[in-house]
Design a protein around this ligand. Structure first.
Ligand code: SF4
Length: 667
C-alpha cells in the first residue's frame, strides 16, 4: 500500500498535494539587498517540480536595519514584492504551494556581518555569535512587531499561500520565548513561558491583522532548545497549545538552537532522531504538525504512516535531489541522490557566508554547467571512486559509451574508509547512488582490473577514444626516520581493518583523517547500542556506569600534532561535534615541533627544543596524500586523457566531485 506521505492534506484552507514539506533554509542566493534572483527562482522551481508539496521560503528578514549582505532574502521593503511574486508564480506553476518564513535574527546577528550590535530581549551573551546583544527597548519591540505585520502584508501581496513565523533555532522570537535569553522584568519577560510568549502573541496579532482571518499562519518552534537554562519539550507544548487557540493552523517542530551542544545536523544524527518532539506536540494539539531534522524519504513515509506527524519536513534531502518527492512517490528509492549529512556544501557554506551548494549534487554550484547531448565517444574511466563514478554517470547520460575499470573488488575508493566509523556510514549511500545511477545510465563497470601505464596506452591505441584517470591518491611518504622495528601503519591500513593496532596508539597528524582515525580507534570497546538498550531496559547498571561505558574504549590514544589546529580542514558544522566526541572518549593531543624517530615501543619527539620519549604500541600516520597517476607517455595522446579528482589535485570530496562533473560536461 502506498504511503500516506503522498496523500493530500490541508493547512488551514490551503490544500497541500502531499505531506512533503521543504522547510526554510538560507541559500544566500539573493542580492546583497535581499532581492530574489533567478538562481533563487530556479532552485525552488526545481524542488516544486520535483514533488515538494509545500516549500517554505526563508528565512526572510523583516527588519530593514538588519539586512545581511550575504544574500539573505528580505520582505522588509515594498521593493522586495516584485521578485517574491516571480518566485511564488514559478513555484505555483510547477505545482507546489509556498509559505514564507518571516524572521528576525535578534542576538544571532553577528556584528561583523551586519555592521552593528545585535538586539535581543536581554543582554545575554550569545553562544552562537560569542557576542553580547543590546537589550531592546519597549518602543523598539513595538516597532519590530509592526515590521512583522508589514512583511506579512507584502507576503500576501506577493502571492504566498501562507506565513510561517520563525520561532526556532535561537532567533529573535525564540529568544523571547526562552528562559535562557529573556531576563526581562517588564511585560515581555516572566517566569512562565506563557508570559514570555507576549512578543510572539503581539507578532501574531499584527500578522493576522495584515493578512485577514482566513490566511494560514504557522509557527516553527524548537521542540527542545537543548541549551542549559533554556526551554524543553514541556515549554514547547505549552506554547503550542496556546498558539492553536490563537488561530495558528500548523506547527513545525524542529530540534535545538544553533548554539546547542547536541548535534542537530551532523552525519551521526540518526534519521528521525528528533521526531519524538513532533510526536509529543502532536498529542497535545489538533492542528497539523510538521516533523523535521535529518529525515530521509523512508523515515518520512514511516513518520506519516505511524501518525507521529502530519507532514514531514525534508530540507537537505531536497537540496541533494530536487526530484526527491517524485522519486519517492514512484518508488525509485535507489535513484534518489542522497543527502549524507556531511554539511560540506550547505551548512558549512552558510556559516561562512558563501552561497549554498551540495557535495552530493554538483548541479548546485553556480559554475556547474549543463550537460548537453554530444556525439558519442568510447571512454575508459580508470578508478571507481566518487570522482570516477560521477564522471561516468554524467558522461553516459550525455550519450557516451563509458567503461569504468577499478582495481579493487568494489566501488567507492576512499569513501569506504571514510565510512569506517559507525556514524559515518552515510558516505556509503553516496557510493550506492553513484553506482546505481551509473548502471541506470548504461555505464559498464568492471572490478578487480588493475590498469598500469602500458594498459592505459594500449586502451587508447585500440579500444577507447578517451581515458579519464580517476586513480586517486597514495599516502605521503614520511619525512622523519622510522626504525624497522617500529609498529607503524598509515590511516588507510587502519580504517580498512588490515592493521593490527596495539592498545597504546599515537596518531601523527591533525587533519580530518587524523580525527577520523582517532574516532574509529576510540570506538573499539565502547558499549554497542543493543547492549546499552538491554542493560538500560533491565536496569542492570547505574546510568552513570552505562554512560561511562559509552565512551570508554579499549585503547589509549593520543594525537601528535605539529603546532596546528586539530581538524582544521573539517567544516564548522561538524568539527566541534567530532572534537567533543574525542574529548569524551579521553583522546588527547600532544603538541610537538617535530618527530625525531619512531622506534620500537616509542616515539621520540621534539617539544620546545627538548627530546621527549612517548611509550606506545603502534603509530598511525595521517600526514596527507599525494596524487597517484600511472606512468605512460601522456604526450603521445594529447587531448585524449583527462585527470580528475584526487589524481588531479588532492582535496576534499566536494572538490573531487565537482572536478569530475566539470570534466564530464566538457567532454
Ligand atoms: Fe546533504 Fe551534504 Fe548536500 Fe548538505 S552538502 S545537502 S549535508 S549531502
Amino acid at each position: 500500500m502506498a504511503s500516506q506521505l503522498y496523500s493530500p492534506m490541508f493547512i488551514g484552507n490551503v490544500k497541500i498535494k502531499n505531506r512533503l514539506v521543504m522547510p526554510s533554509v538560507n541559500l544566500s542566493y539573493a542580492t546583497a539587498e535581499g532581492h530574489v534572483t533567478s538562481r533563487v527562482v530556479d532552485f525552488y522551481t526545481a524542488r516544486a517540480k520535483g514533488g515538494a508539496g509545500l516549500i517554505v521560503i526563508g528565512a526572510v528578514g523583516v527588519d530593514p536595519d538588519f539586512v545581511s549582505p550575504a544574500g539573505v532574502l528580505q520582505l522588509s521593503s515594498d521593493d522586495h514584492i516584485r521578485g517574491m511574486t516571480a518566485l511564488t508564480d514559478s513555484i505555483h506553476t510547477a505545482g507546489s504551494k509556498c509559505f514564507v518564513q518571516l524572521w528576525h535574527p535578534g542576538a544571532y546577528a553577528r556584528s561583523g556581518e551586519y555592521g552593528k550590535t545585535a538586539v535581543a530581549p536581554s543582554a545575554v551573551l550569545s553562544g552562537f555569535t560569542k557576542e553580547t546583544p543590546r537589550e531592546l527597548t519597549m518602543s523598539e519591540i513595538k516597532k519590530i512587531v509592526k515590521l512583522f505585520g508589514k512583511a506579512a502584508e507584502r507576503a500576501k501581496l506577493a502571492g504566498f499561500d501562507g506565513i510561517e513565523l520563525c520561532g526556532n533555532s535561537g532567533y529573535l522570537i525564540s529568544q523571547f520565548l526562552s528562559a535562557k535569553t529573556n531576563n526581562r522584568d517588564d511585560i515581555y519577560g516572566g517566569y512562565e513561558v506563557s508570559e514570555r510568549m507576549r512578543f510572539l502573541k503581539e507578532v501574531l496579532t499584527a500578522v493576522r491583522r495584515s493578512v485577514g482571518p482566513d490566511y494560514p499562519i504557522s509557527v516553527r518552534l524548537a521542540g527542545n532548545e537543548f541549551v542549559n537554562g533554556g526551554n524543553g519539550i514541556n515549554d514547547c507544548i505549552t506554547v503550542a497549545k496556546q498558539l492553536e487557540k490563537l488561530s495558528v493552523c500548523a506547527l513545525s517542530i524542529t530540534g535545538g538552537w544553533h548554539e546547542t551542544g547536541i548535534p542537530q545536523l551532523t552525519m551521526d544524527v540518526p534519521s528521525g532522531a528528533f521526531v519524538y518532539l513532533a510526536r509529543m506536540v502532536k498529542r497535545n494539539v489538533s492542528i497539523p504538525v510538521i516533523a523535521c531534522n535529518r529525515l530521509n524519504i523512508k523515515t518520512a513515509e514511516k513518520i506519516i504512516d505511524d501518525g507521529d506527524a502530519d507532514f514531514a519536513g525534508i530540507c537537505r534531502g531536497f537540496i541533494a535531489d530536487p526530484e526527491l518527492g517524485n522519486k519517492g512517490m514512484t518508488g525509485e528509492y535507489s535513484l534518489i541522490r542522497p543527502c549524507i549529512g556531511c554539511n560540506q556544501g550547505c551548512m558549512d557554506h552558510i556559516f561562512r557566508m558563501k552561497p549554498l551548494s551540495c557535495l552530493s549534487n554538483p548541479d548546485t554550484y553556480s559554475d556547474a554547467m549543463t550537460a548537453a547531448k554530444v556525439r558519442s565517444k568510447r571512454i575508459l574511466v580508470v578508478g571507481a571512486g566518487p570522482a570516477g563514478l560521477e564522471f561516468a554517470r554524467l558522461a553516459a547520460l550525455k550519450g557516451h559509451k563509458v567503461t569504468v575499470r577499478e582495481a579493487e573488488k568494489k566501488a567507492g575508493g576512499l569513501l569506504n574508509l571514510a565510512s569506517a566509523t559507525a556514524y559515518r556510514k552515510d558516505f556509503l549511500k553516496l557510493v550506492d547512488w553513484l553506482v546505481n545511477s551509473c548502471i541506470d545510465a548504461g555505464v559498464h563497470l568492471e572490478f578487480g582490473v588493475r590498469m598500469d601505464g602500458s594498459d592505459i596506452a594500449a586502451s587508447l591505441r585500440y579500444d577507447f577514444d578517451h581515458v579519464v584517470l580517476a586513480t586517486g591518491s597514495l599516502p605521503k611518504e614520511p619525512d622523519f626516520p622510522i626504525s624497522s622495528e617500529a609498529n607503524v601503519f598509515n590511516a588507510r591500513q587502519v580504517l580498512s581493518g588490515s592493521a593490527q593496532v596495539g592498545k597504546r596508539v599515537l596518531i601523527v597528524g591533525s587533519n580530518s583523517t587524523a580525527v577520523e582515525t582517532a574516532l574509529y580507534l576510540s570506538e573499539a570497546g565502547t558499549i554497542d547500542a543493543d547492549t546499552l538498550r538491554f542493560l538500560t531496559e533491565h536496569n542492570a547498571e547505574s546510568p552513570e556506569l552505562l554512560r561511562q561505558m559509552l565512551f570508554e574504549g579499549n585503547r589509549q590514544i593520543s594525537l601528535l600534532v605539529r603546532h596546528s589546529k586539530l581538524g582544521r580542514d573539517i567544516g564548522p558544522s561538524t568539527r566541534w561535534a567530532q572534537l567533543a566526541t574525542l574529548k569524551r572518549r579521553g583522546v588527547d593531543s600532544i603538541m610537538m615541533d617535530s618527530i625525531v624517530l619512531l622506534d620500537e615501543g616509542c616515539a621520540k619527539i621534539k617539544v620546545d627544543g627538548a627530546i621527549k620519549r612517548i611509550e606506545c604500541d603502534s603509530v598511525v600516520l595521517c600526514i596527507g596524500s599525494d596524487s597517484s597517476i600511472p606512468h605512460f607517455d601522456e604526450d603521445a595522446y594529447a587531448g585524449r586523457v583527462t585527470v580528475i579528482g584526487d589524481a588531479e589535485n588532492v582535496g576534499k570530496l566536494d572538490a573531487a566531485l565537482l572536478s569530475a562533473h566539470k570534466a564530464a560536461v566538457e567532454i
